[in-house]
Design a protein. Structure first.
Lengths: 345, 345, 345
C-alpha cells in the first residue's frame, strides 16, 4: 500500500500556472469571534459590536479581517508550506468582502513564480491565494512566497519565473465594503478621538502594552485556523520543548495591541508587505509600534486610508528601531507588516 | 504631535457628577458562553440549557450573570482603573435584566465620590456604573471604588465626597427577571435537592473542589472581557514572570465552584459587597466556601432569595476562617463576596 | 445540617436495573464547535463546513461526534465516576442522530452490571448510558464500566451480574444519519483521495504528527463538557502539581490526528471498545496510529463502514506496537479505541 498520509509538496512538485484547490471548507461563527477576543486583546468597535457596525452602514459586525486571513492561510498550509523552510513575504493583499458569522470559506492558490536556490536543495514558490465564500465571491486575495525544500536534489530546476509585484497596493484599487459609511462615526464609542487627518506621514506610535505569550494560547489560535504545520504543536522538535509560534499569531497580537493609538483604524483593506523577522516563542513578551507610511483619499463616505507599518518586537526592543547598520532586522524584531487601514475622516 | 495612546485618567481628572460613556460596545454570543464554560467549572442549569430555562419561564438560557458583570466591568477599565493602585470595593449592585446571545452591551459611569488620601499622592474614586443593552435598558448597575494615582502631587485636592452606600441591597428592591417562575422547578435536572428553605442563616458550605490556575486561562478570560489592565498580561512587570490575576477571574471561579452545595442558587440578582483580599497568581489552587448571611421572601413565583458570603481561598486555607485576631483577612483569603441569589422554594 | 455537597456514589449505592437521570441539560452552539477546533487539530470537512455537509445531504454541519460523546459522558460523571478508581471500558456504543448547534442534550444511565472485587473495597459498575436531545430522541448510547470505591468495606456484596456485551457493534445495526449521501462526495475538498475500498484489513496507518499537551488545554476541554472529576483540575493532588488528563481528551486528540490518513472517515457511528492504557499528563507529546480491523457494507448511498483501532501513544512509542510479550499494553500506549466510521465508497 502507498502511504495514506500527506507528506506535503516539495519544490519540484509545483508548476507555473497550476491552480491548487485547497481542502476543508470552513464555516465560521460567533464562536470563532469569541475565541479571537479571548486570544488577542482585540477591541476595534466595528468587529466588537453589531450596533456600532450598523451605525457604520453594515448589516452587523463583520468578523475581524485577520480571522479571514488566518482561515484562508490555514487552508493553504497542507499544499504550500508543509515542507517550507521559511515564509518569505506577502504582497498585493486585498480584503474584498467582509466575512460574517455563518459564512463558509474555501481557498485556492495559483503558482505564479518559481526560483530554485543556488544550493539546489530548495527553492522559492510564489502563489496568489484567493479566499472564496459560499456565494463564490472572493473575500481576500494575496501573494505569498515561501522557501520550500526539494525532495530530491537531483530534480531538475524549473525555469525561473519571478513575478513582478507591486511594492504596495495602489489605494485606488482598495475595495471598500459595500454600504460602509463613516459620516456618523461615533468616536466616543470607538475609544479614541483621532481622525484620519490627525495622523502624519512619518509619525511613530508606541502602542505601550505588552503581552507575554503562553504555549496554550498560540497553539489554540493556530489550531483554530486548521493550520497543520507541525513545528507549532510538537514540543519534541526542539530540545527546550518550545514550539515555534505561527507568524500569524504575532500579526494578530500586534494588530490588537495597536488599538492603543489606532482605535479608529477599523478595517484592514490592503496587505502591502510582511516579514517575520525573527522567530517567536512562548515566554516572549510582545510589544508593538506603528509608523505612518502614507495617506490616501478613498471613495467611501467619511473614510480615508492610512498606510501603516506595524512592527512587533520582543521585550527589550526600542520603539522606532527596525534595522541595524547592516540593513538587517534587529534581533528583537518579530514582525514588519505593511498594510492599508480605513479610518473616519 | 501629542501622544495618541491612552494614558488613563488620574485622580485629579475626575469631577463629582460627571458621566463617562465607556467605549467599545460589545455583542455577545454563544461563543462567549462556551468559553465561559471552558474557563470556569460553571454548571448552573439555567445558564446551561435553553430547555431548562424555558421550563423556568424564560425565552432561552440567559448568559451567566457574571458574563454581564465582566463585560460591563471590562468596558470601564480604560477610564476608571488604568492607573488604579487597588480595587477597593463594590456595593449596591443589581442585575436588572438578563443578557442573551446577540445582545450588545455598553457601559457608562457617574463619579459619585472623591476623597484624596492623606499622602497627597492618590485618592479614592467612587463610581456608579450602568451596563446598558441595545434597547437602552439597564442590565446591571453597581457602585465601585478604586484607589487611583495622582499624576501630579501638586494638583489640588477636591472637596471630599463619600457616598452613603447601603451595607446590602434591600431585598424588596431586587429585580426579578420577567416571567421567571420556579414553581415547576426540576431539582433532579438542576443537580441538587436543596431548596431555599433548606439553607439556614449562619450555615457554612464547603464547596470541596479545587482548581489550579494556569496563566493561559486567566489571560484568555480577562481578554475576553476586553479588560486592558496591563498587569494581567505583561510578565515583565514582575521578576518571577507571573501576572496578577484579574479579581473577577477569582469571582467567577469561586461562583462556579459553589455549584457543589448551591446548585440551585441559579441567578445572582444583587451584589452587596466585595473585597479582593489578597492577590492571586497562576499556580494557586483556589477553593471556595459560602456562609449563608440572610434569607428573604421575594415577589417571584416559587422563588426566594439568599444572601450569601462567597469566599475564595488559596490551598491551605480553612473553611470558615476569614479574618485573623487583628480583624484583617487571613493571608490565604482571595475573595470575600456578598451577593443575593435566587433559589426555588 | 447534612452536608449539601455531592460526595458521589459509592459501589454499594448502585442497584441492578436502576435508572439514573443525570443533571444539567446542556445546549451546545457554534461556540463549542469553535473551541473544539481550537483544542484539537480537527479537520474533517463534514463537521467543518455547512456547505460540505449540505453536499452530503445533511441540513448543515453536525457537531463533531465526539462533542456529543463528551457532553453526554460529562453529565454522567457526578453520578457514576466521582469515586471511580479506574474507567475500565466501553462497548456497544452507537451514534444514533447527529447533534446540531442549538440542540440541548440530557443523559441517563441504567445500571446493568455489578461485581464486587475480591478485596471487598471496590467493585465494578456497568452502566448503559443514553444521551437524549430536546426532542426526546436518543443521540448516542453506550455501555461503560468503571471500578468504584466502596464507602464501607462492611457493606454487603451485591449479587454479581456481568452483562453479556458484544465484542463489536454489528455493522447492520449501525445507525446512518438520515439523508446522508456520499454519492457526490468531493474528495478534493475533503483533503484526501482514499476511498473506503482503498483500505485493507490489517493495514496500519501512521498519522505522523505529534501534539504536546498543555495543562490549560486539557482543563479547558474537560471543563467544557462539565466533567467535574477533580483529578483533572486540582494540582495539589500530586506532588509534581500535574493533573491527570481526562481520557476523553486523548480520544479527541488521537481522532483529530488521524485525519492525516483518514480524512474521509467522516463520521464515527459505532464505539466497539476502548481502553485508557496508561495515564496521560501535560508535557506528553501524543502521536497516533490506526489499524484497519474490518470493513462492512452499509445501507447508505455511496458509503461504507470501516472498523478501526485508533491507538494513541506517547513520544517514544512505535507505530504498530501495542502490547508486550506479557500481553499487557506497552508503557507508551495511552489509548486503544475500537470504532466504526463511515467513508465514501
Amino acid at each position: 500500500m502507498p502511504a495514506k498520509t500527506n507528506a506535503g509538496r516539495f519544490f519540484e512538485d509545483y508548476r507555473i500556472g497550476e491552480v491548487i484547490d485547497h481542502a476543508i471548507p470552513r464555516t465560521v461563527s460567533g464562536g470563532e469571534r469569541a475565541l479571537y477576543h479571548a486570544l488577542y486583546p482585540a477591541r476595534h468597535a466595528l468587529q466588537s459590536s453589531d450596533e456600532f457596525a450598523r451605525a457604520c452602514g453594515l448589516a452587523a459586525a463583520p468578523m475581524d479581517d485577520l480571522i479571514t486571513f488566518h482561515t484562508v492561510f490555514g487552508k493553504t498550509v497542507p499544499d504550500i508550506s508543509l515542507n517550507a523552510v521559511a515564509n518569505l513575504g506577502y504582497a498585493e493583499g486585498r480584503f474584498r468582502e467582509p466575512v460574517w458569522p455563518g459564512d463558509t470559506l474555501r481557498a485556492r492558490s495559483q503558482v505564479i513564480g518559481l526560483k530554485q536556490n543556488s544550493n539546489g536543495r530548495s527553492g522559492v514558490v510564489y502563489v496568489r491565494t484567493e479566499g472564496v465564500n459560499q456565494h463564490g465571491r472572493v473575500v481576500l486575495d494575496y501573494v505569498r512566497w515561501v522557501m520550500v525544500k526539494k525532495h530530491s536534489a537531483d530534480a531538475p530546476a524549473p525555469d525561473t519565473v519571478v513575478p513582478d509585484l507591486m511594492p504596495a497596493v495602489a489605494p485606488d484599487t482598495l475595495v471598500i465594503p459595500k454600504c460602509l459609511d463613516f459620516k456618523g462615526y461615533d468616536f466616543g464609542l470607538a475609544g479614541e478621538p483621532h481622525r484620519w487627518g490627525d495622523y502624519e506621514i512619518g509619525e511613530i506610535i508606541d502602542h505601550v502594552d505588552g503581552v507575554t505569550i503562553e504555549e496554550a494560547e498560540h497553539m489554540m489560535a493556530t489550531r483554530m485556523w486548521q493550520n497543520t504545520s507541525k513545528v507549532h504543536f510538537d514540543g519534541t522538535n526542539r530540545e527546550d520543548g518550545r514550539r515555534l509560534i505561527y507568524g500569524g499569531h504575532v500579526i494578530s497580537l500586534a494588530r490588537a495591541l495597536s488599538f492603543n493609538g489606532l482605535a479608529n483604524a477599523q478595517m484592514i483593506v490592503g496587505l502591502n508587505a510582511g516579514a517575520h523577522a525573527n522567530p517567536c516563542f512562548a515566554g516572549d513578551t510582545v510589544r508593538a509600534w506603528t509608523e505612518v507610511l502614507d495617506r490616501a483619499d478613498i471613495d467611501a463616505p467619511g473614510a480615508g486610508a492610512l498606510r501603516l507599518r506595524l512592527v512587533a518586537m520582543k521585550d527589550g526592543g526600542t520603539v522606532g528601531a527596525l534595522r541595524g547598520g547592516d540593513g538587517k532586522y534587529l534581533p528583537d524584531i518579530l514582525l514588519d507588516l505593511d498594510y492599508w487601514a480605513l479610518l473616519p475622516l
